[in-house]
Design a protein around this ligand. Structure first.
Ligand code: PMP
Ligand code: GLU
Length: 398
């Protein structure tokens, strides 16, 4: 039989973060000593009090189908969290819980976009945005910003990219992959541009909210004049080390929340009952419970920057949040170790994997072909060894 698949799946790329993580696992299984700094996932285990809540949920028979947008008590906990941490007023009816923020984002693309609608994506962007938009038959319109601009797009760049077909704006702050954090003033300037176009929806991905080394996290929905045009995305994967539990959520205008619930009702129904009870415990807890993880990430960022600043040819900036560094590596283009010539970031990431035995992700996957992403969500010892390998491998390129 011919293996005929849909044009939809054939036009989709494999997630490059997951692909690199898969490749590293395969090489490790073959006995290669690879250090993988490819996937964005905290190395910490989920805190004990959250795991206890999940065990209790099983014993209390939270084992049935759940309401499609999530248990009412979880949506209430999220509503209180938005108020407590972000000073945002989202009632429980404006909240939809999904199977990871990835699912929340896909729901939004499928719910808002019609074929040909344009979605402005601020680059560098998180790898999956582009394919999610394409699945929904939207057209990604990318606005670039390089390391010299701290990887942040300005309001005037945004203004120029808007057309009558623009339907959405997607961005993350703190940003995956650059770690950049948009300031309150920068968010205000973006909000002022979008407010002139009442049919544009802003998707503000705040999943790295708790990994912000600057100060208090800033949400674009804080500006009342734009709030009706904003969907705030969040989840428990990063801040609470709960990647495997698959809980993400949105706070949105009620008409958008209702539409996402309808979409989800046909695709997945309410997400896992036990994970919802665990997430409720995480969000109801005093936010100070995760301070030790936040402090560890900051220490690791400082260590990684210090070690990498010693590598000739890398251009670095100081990420203000998330757990990634995103150095510009264009200095190495055209260089060779006598065997491999580096033409682009993909080549350099494969060179570092094969010759340096460390896995990073090419910036191409994030809309910046001059950079590589390194996730420092791992122990200091591993980071020291990984950067030593990186330095040695890069030194062979002449
Ligand atoms: N947004 C960003 C910016 C991310 O880095 C991730 C990575 N996991 C997600 C959304 C999705 O998170 P999850 O599906 O684990 O909640
Ligand atoms: N968001 C993480 C990353 O960027 C996890 C991998 C993924 O879901 O693509 O590496």
């Amino acid at each position: 039989m011919e293996h005929i698949l849909s044009d939809r799946i054939n036009s989709l790329s494999e997630s490059q973060t997951l692909a690199m993580a898969r490749l590293s696992r395969e090489l490790i299984a073959q006995g290669k000593d690879i250090i993988s700094l490819s996937i964005g996932e905290p190395d910490f285990d989920t805190p004990q009090f959250i795991k206890d809540a999940a065990k209790k949920a099983i014993d209390e028979n939270y084992t049935h189908y759940t309401p499609v947008p999530g248990y009412p008590e979880l949506r209430k906990a999220i509503s209180l969290k938005f108020k407590r941490d972000n000073n945002l007023d989202y009632s429980p009816e404006q909240i939809v819980v999904s199977t990871g923020a990835k699912h929340s984002l896909t729901n939004l693309a499928l719910t808002i976009l019609n074929p040909g609608d344009e979605v402005i994506v601020l680059a560098p962007y998180w790898v999956s945005y582009i394919d999610m938009i394409k699945i929904a038959e939207g057209k990604p319109v990318i606005i670039n910003s390089g390391i010299e601009a701290d990887f942040k797009v300005t309001a005037s760049q945004l203004e120029k990219a808007i057309t009558p077909k623009t339907r959405m704006l997607w961005f993350s702050s703190p940003c995956n992959p650059s770690g950049s954090v948009y300031s309150k003033d920068e968010l205000l300037a973006i909000a002022q541009v979008i407010a002139k176009h009442p049919n544009i929806i802003i998707v503000a991905d705040e999943i790295y909210e708790h990994i912000n080394f600057l100060d208090k996290h800033q949400s674009i929905a804080q500006f009342d004049f734009i709030k009706e045009q904003v969907v705030t995305i969040n989840g428990v994967s990063k801040g609470f080390a709960m990647t495997g539990w698959r809980i993400g959520y949105i706070g949105a205008p009620k008409w958008i929340a209702d539409a996402c619930t309808k979409m989800q009702g046909q695709f997945t129904s309410g997400t896992c009952s036990i994970a919802q009870k665990a997430a409720q415990a995480a969000l109801e807890a005093d936010p100070s419970s995760i301070i030790p993880m936040q402090e560890a990430f900051k220490k690791r960022r400082d260590l990684v920057l210090k070690l990498m600043s010693d590598i000739p040819g890398l251009i670095l900036n100081e990420p203000k949040g998330a757990f990634y560094v995103f150095p510009n590596i264009s200095y190495f283009f055209g260089k060779s170790d006598g065997e491999t010539t580096i033409k682009n970031a993909d080549d350099l990431s494969m060179f570092l994997l094969n010759k340096g035995l460390i896995a990073l992700v090419s910036g191409d996957a994030f809309g910046n072909p001059e950079c590589l992403r390194l996730s420092y969500a791992t122990s200091e010892d591993i980071l020291i060894e990984a950067i030593k390998r990186m330095k040695n491998a890069l030194a062979t390129l002449k």
